[in-house]
Design a protein around this ligand. Structure first.
Ligand code: RFL
Length: 411
């Protein structure tokens, strides 16, 4: 957090300040959902985004949306395309010791996963916010800074991409939705926030293949060479993951090596061969999680990856971002339109209960995925025991399904 300098230098505002009840920093799923909820309640806000509209609409990332999150979007008028176009998944499959084991989670719970690529969801949310609900969104902003967020008169400033001038926005609240590399978390006053972090000590090579899925469902390959994942994204696109050393160079993974490892790690008797395709994305993710507590500091509220990162092990990050955004958007709207404070007061605690539950599940699932390749025969033994339990104990299967789908009633 900085204070605006009264001197006429590069960081002083060069046009008259504007005023908004809420400034939202970041136009990812979290920020755009908050913005849409505010616009629907006729609350004025502005969304600041460092990238261009085209760039955020094309960034390939998540794909799995949990059913409760779809309902939450639907209730807020944000899920028309998703409900029409998303694929419904009812089963996933673990492959280990050369065999495939299908896990029919819908049969156990009645709930499904929706598969809808994040760029499509972001495209829908931007269109609804900017083109339908008439929301103010400023793309390509630079050097966003927060000021006086622990006072009753916070403000946010940024450099305008067209003129290079610093613009100042006064507001009542700042929604920090700028993801893992944003500025809002970094601007927290030292000593006011606790950041818990967990490093898995492994990497995943994240791949996006221009190839139809090779199975009707998500596949998890648990193999001595390391984990491999197969995630259908659309009839033409499939996301794959390969466990690799953290910090590995994607250039060490040419086309032939990628497909050879995928074939080995996803092998199962009687399974059809993988359908190969051009690799459109190839990047190494170092697996780690963090959680910032609390998620509120005075007039600054963090949401989504800005507040907590969940390695994509259990496909939870975007779902948590949406959960935060529902609570924050509703709470801000209730405060601004009706003066109700309870939503804002309870925001951090309500979000963090689900966040910690999902973090714990990711950690548990990580051991299932990575234990056999750890080189430690003890961990390999317990990993296989966890897997076998899922397919022999109905109680263990029901508990896994609940966590996998995020359906627990209370967290
Ligand atoms: P985002 O999506 O990162 O959006 C933040 C936005 O803020 C902008 N920004 C700034 N704007 C203004 N000022 C600044 N200083 C700014 N700094 C940054 C950024 O440009 C961006 O537009 O955060 P948000 O909204 O919290 O959403 C979080 C999700 O994007 C993330 O959790 C998921 O993508 C995680 N994730 C998955 N989540 C799931 O629920 N299901 C999945 O299947 C799933 N698969 C994945 C994933 C993440 C992946 N990667 C790349 C880590 C697969 C992958 C490969």
């Amino acid at each position: 957090m900085t204070h605006i300098s009264p001197h006429p230098n590069s960081s002083s505002p060069s046009s008259s300040p504007q005023r908004f009840p809420v400034v939202v920093v970041g136009a990812g799923p979290a920020g755009l959902t908050v913005g849409n909820i505010l616009r629907a309640a006729s609350v004025d806000c502005v969304v600041l985004e460092t990238e261009t509209r085209t760039s955020i609409q094309q960034r390939p990332r998540a794909g799995v949306v949990e059913e409760w999150a779809v309902r939450g979007l639907e209730e807020r008028g944000l899920a028309d395309n998703l409900v029409q176009r998303a694929e419904r998944h009812t089963v996933c499959e673990f492959r280990f010791e050369g065999r495939g084991y299908r896990f029919p989670y819908t049969e156990l719970t009645g709930r499904r996963h929706f598969v809808y690529p994040q760029p499509l969801l972001v495209t829908d949310l931007v269109r609804e916010y900017a083109d339908v609900r008439g929301g103010d969104i400023r793309f390509g902003v630079r050097d966003v800074r927060l000021h006086d967020t622990d006072s009753d008169r916070p403000s946010v400033s940024y450099l305008c991409p067209e003129t290079g001038e610093r613009r100042l926005l006064h507001c009542d609240f700042v929604a920090g939705c700028d993801g893992a590399r944003g500025v809002t978390r970094a601007g927290l006053p030292p000593g006011r926030a606790r950041q818990a972090r967990h490093d898995y000590g492994i990497g995943w090579l994240a791949l996006l293949a221009e190839a139809p899925p090779s199975s009707d469902c998500v596949l998890f390959g648990v193999h001595d060479n390391g984990f491999a994942g197969h995630m259908p994204r659309s009839p033409e696109m499939t996301r794959y993951y390969l466990q690799c050393p953290p910090g590995d160079d994607p250039e060490k993974w040419p086309h032939e090596r990628v497909w050879s490892e995928l074939r080995q790690r996803l092998a199962a008797a009687d399974a059809p061969p993988l359908i190969e395709g051009r690799l459109l994305e190839k990047r190494v993710l170092d697996m780690h999680d963090y959680v910032v507590e609390p998620m509120r500091f005075g007039r600054l509220f963090l949401a989504g990856d800005a507040a907590h990162l969940t390695a994509p092990i259990a496909a939870k990050g975007m779902n948590l971002a949406l959960h935060d955004a529902f609570l924050l958007g509703d709470a801000l709207a209730a405060y601004v339109t009706k003066g109700e404070e309870s939503g804002l007061d309870g925001y951090s605690e309500a979000c963090l209960r689900r966040v910690w539950d999902y973090q714990e599940f990711s950690q548990w699932l990580s051991e299932v995925y990575h234990g056999t390749a750890s080189g430690d025969p003890f961990r390999a033994g317990t990993t296989l025991a966890r897997l076998r339990r899922l397919f022999t104990s109905p109680v263990a299967a029901a508990a896994f399904a609940e966590q996998y789908l995020g359906t627990a009633e209370r967290f």
